[in-house]
Design a protein around this ligand. Structure first.
Ligand code: AMP
Length: 573
């Protein structure tokens, strides 16, 4: 038996495909939702789910939640003086679900399909797989959450052909997917998202609003009080689903603090969050080359889409009501369960072909000529984001220096024009015969499979020598170190702002537009940015201003084009 798992930021669920249908398996408390919370007591006993949630108030230092947000990072959580990584804490949740399923099904479960946010990067996916393995599962497939939700939705749309946008707002992540279902072929056209927006952020806004109204500074609160307040704020947030005005009362160190907040005021406070949520929607539409008119339906997934604020936001953006799945909490685990049926070739399930896309661009670092001299550290995209997977793409690179003995290919993931801003996944080197610069040419082939497993092959054309690099689905020491190193680098990047505000602003804007653009426009921006950076180095103030104006007008034009696209589709309200 293979099980499907929705490993959520807030709650996790497990399902299987039995007797021709998906069954969601109840936990030891008879509940379908297991809170993704872990707590450890003085004896080293691990608590998961509702029990851990209860312990959180009393033992906040021995309890962890929201660790999904730190998957694939170096962040360590200390619980009862012991430290854990996010994947280790997740493995406790998975182990608990496994035990519940084994008890319910009365058999040993070894295989699992686990869902992840579509926007999870390679490290986060690997960390999820590792969590599954630590829990004793063989992870047969990592499935994108919105794809799973779309699958559970699409299965009910008998024989219809339709394009839909899945709007998935969970506890800690926000995913947008555009899919098309045609004669039992389900194609994902584009995915986009933000791993740092979710229902928890809306809870945070409300907690801060409550504190502001009572003249209290969040930074002055101790950890147990913060935890209690967040729990209270989550309840108040849910109350807004049923009424427009919520009376809030909270006891802090013996004093009662009270206030009444209207939904309109709360909504205003959420404006920056909602604004951020527009970006992935615009990106996914652009990448899928579809307009809003082409979309037949908007499907809401994830617990936080219950919020009237979110629903109003969706309606104002799309100009129409969205469809809600019967239960936004369960659609992902139902989809994962259906995937189990497909995977085990259950004869009761309709044959459905699912094609997915890769969420990020994959590329390598190259040297680019800026018109005067060669500049290293540039990013060469090889597989563009939202390319249908499995995919294989080849590009050619040559030696950059005279008498170069080897070429090293850095395998990078990300959208930035500068290599070091992207995530380093691995490196592969190949020896080349010495000679003048540019003489030796190698072919670099990137192959990306359905589980987002990347394989890189380099081939020296003159000698026929070949080297392989498989970015394995198990994290090795080296890549963890590299990740930490890169994060340190990113911190330094942020801390070294350029003196001149206008120059800094235009550079940042250029970087952003580059990241959002397609390959053709990217080249144009890259060249303009290089021209500007060259002039900037000259310290000739007049020339800098002239070039900045030129760059600005190019970026204005590009952004105007983009606004026009969305204005015509009614997306920007
Ligand atoms: P999920 O990760 O899909 O389980 O979503 C969890 C998020 O949904 C959490 O931030 C919850 O606070 C939020 N949520 C669940 N039910 C409601 C509700 N009735 N109103 C507002 N938010 C909710």
């Amino acid at each position: 038996m293979i099980v499907g798992i929705d490993l959520g930021t807030t709650n996790s669920l497990i399902s299987c495909f039995r007797n021709g249908k998906v069954e969601i398996i109840p936990n030891r408390l008879g509940k379908l939702l297991t809170p993704s919370v872990v707590s450890i007591d003085n004896e080293g006993v691990v608590y998961v789910g509702q029990t851990a949630k209860e312990r959180e108030i009393l033992f906040p230092f021995d309890t962890a939640r929201n660790f999904k947000r730190s998957m694939g990072t170096e962040k360590e959580f200390t619980l009862n003086k012991q430290t854990f990584k996010a994947e280790e804490l997740s493995s406790f949740v998975l182990k608990s679900l496994k035990e519940d399923a084994e008890d319910y099904l009365q058999e040993t479960i070894e295989e699992a399909i686990i869902s992840v946010p579509a926007y999870f990067n390679d490290m986060q996916r690997k960390a999820t797989k590792k969590a599954g393995e630590l829990a004793g599962f063989t992870v047969k497939r990592i499935i994108n959450e919105p794809t799973a939700a779309a699958l559970s939705y699409g299965m009910d749309q008998k024989g219809e052909s339709l394009k839909y946008l899945v709007f998935d707002l969970g506890g800690g992540t926000f995913d947008i997917s555009i899919l098309e279902l045609n004669d039992m072929i389900m194609e994902v056209h584009a995915i986009a998202g933000d791993n740092y927006i979710g229902g928890e952020n809306f809870t945070n806004v409300l907690a801060h609003l409550f504190l502001d109204k009572n003249g209290i500074d969040f930074d002055n609160l101790d950890l147990p009080t913060r935890n209690k307040l967040m729990k209270a704020a989550e309840n108040w947030k849910c109350e807004f689903t049923k009424k427009d005005e919520v009376h809030m009362s909270f006891v802090m160190h013996g004093t009662v603090y009270e206030t009444t907040i209207h939904q309109d005021e709360y909504e205003k406070e959420c404006a920056p969050l909602l604004k951020k949520m527009k970006k992935p929607i615009e990106k996914s539409l652009k990448d899928s080359k579809l307009t809003l008119q082409d979309i037949d339906e908007i499907v809401l997934v994830g617990g936080a889409t219950r919020m009237p604020i979110v629903r109003r936001f969706v309606k104002s953006l799309f100009g129409r009501e969205a469809k809600t799945l019967i239960d936004p909490d369960k659609s992902i685990v139902i989809g994962a369960g259906l995937q189990c049926g497909i995977k085990s070739r259950d004869k009761e399930i309709k044959e459905i072909i699912l094609t997915d896309v890769c969420p990020y661009t994959l590329g390598t670092e190259v040297i680019s000529n800026n018109g005067i001299f060669d500049e290293d550290g540039h990013y060469l995209p090889i597989i563009e984001r939202n390319t249908v997977i499995p995919v294989s793409k080849t590009t050619k690179v040559c030696t950059a220096h005279d008498n170069q003995k080897q070429i090293t290919i850095k395998v990078l993931q990300g959208e930035s024009r500068l290599a070091y801003n992207n995530l380093l996944l691995g490196e592969v080197s190949v020896s080349v015969p010495v000679g003048p610069k540019g003489k030796e040419v190698i072919e670099v082939t990137y192959t990306y499979d359905v589980n987002s497993l990347l394989e890189v092959e380099v081939h020296v054309l003159s000698t026929g020598a070949k080297e392989h690099l498989i970015i394995q689905n198990d994290t090795n020491r080296m890549s963890e170190e590299e990740l930490a190193y890169r994060m340190e680098q990113l911190k330094q990047y942020k801390q070294s702002p350029r003196d001149e505000e206008a120059n800094k602003l235009i550079l940042l804007r250029g970087e952003r537009l580059y990241e959002e653009s397609s390959s053709y426009t990217r080249k144009e921006i890259d060249e303009a940015m290089m021209r500007f950076e060259r002039v900037l180095a000259s310290n000739d103030l007049q020339a800098i201003e002239r070039e900045r104006e030129k760059l600005k007008s190019l970026l204005d034009d590009l952004e105007q084009e983009e606004d026009d696209v969305f204005a015509s589709s009614g997306l920007l309200s």
